[in-house]
Design a protein around this ligand. Structure first.
Ligand SMILES: [Zn+2]
Length: 176
């Protein structure tokens, strides 16, 4: 079976640290990895700190995520968190899959635009981490799928992302 991922929380009252191991299918999703049990020592509900080891993004996890609107890897800034060059193949595969919910395809499109944004030189950001080859590759893939910018919900794509990413893909900025 799959490996377990460690999670801990420290009680704000007595300082006791509770630990547990959870499966990748639990650890990956913010709604599932929430740990609401009281301190095992004193019963206090409040924690002073907590943490969890997160699994790598895999095809198996993407399959769960892509078909369930109630699950997110991250509740906030999911597009920014998923925008890693290592994820490009998976992002494209599930963007193209008929089994992926439209809401999730919209999130994947937003994520790919973040990847372009983060790898295009820009006066306002530190350019030390950019990789223009990543931006060019993703822009090339999205050019082939330009109709998605009409079909899917682009409101998830933040304006500052659009301003840098859209010109790379050839999507008009007007009326965004
Ligand atoms: Zn306690």
């Amino acid at each position: 079976m799959s490996n377990l991922y460690s999670q801990y929380k420290v009680c704000s009252l007595c300082g006791h640290e509770d630990q547990r191991g959870i499966s990748a299918e639990i650890a990956a999703f913010e709604e599932r990895r929430k740990w609401t049990e009281a301190c095992s020592k004193c019963g206090n509900q409040e924690v002073s700190s907590s943490g969890v080891a997160l699994p790598e993004l895999t095809k198996e996890l993407m399959e769960i995520w892509s078909r369930d609107d109630s699950l997110s890897f991250y509740e906030q800034d999911e597009d920014i968190c998923l925008a890693e060059a290592n994820n490009i193949e998976l992002l494209l595969e599930f963007l193209d899959s008929n089994n992926t919910l439209a809401s999730k395809r919209s999130m994947l499109l937003a994520t790919l635009c973040v990847l372009i944004h983060d790898n295009v030189p820009d006066d306002e950001q530190d350019d030390s981490d950019i990789n223009i080859e990543v931006a060019n590759r993703v822009a090339g893939e999205l050019k082939k799928r330009i109709e998605l910018f009409v079909e899917l919900d682009t409101s998830l794509i933040m304006d500052y992302i659009k301003e840098l990413a859209y010109p790379q893909i050839g999507v008009p900025l007007a009326g965004m």
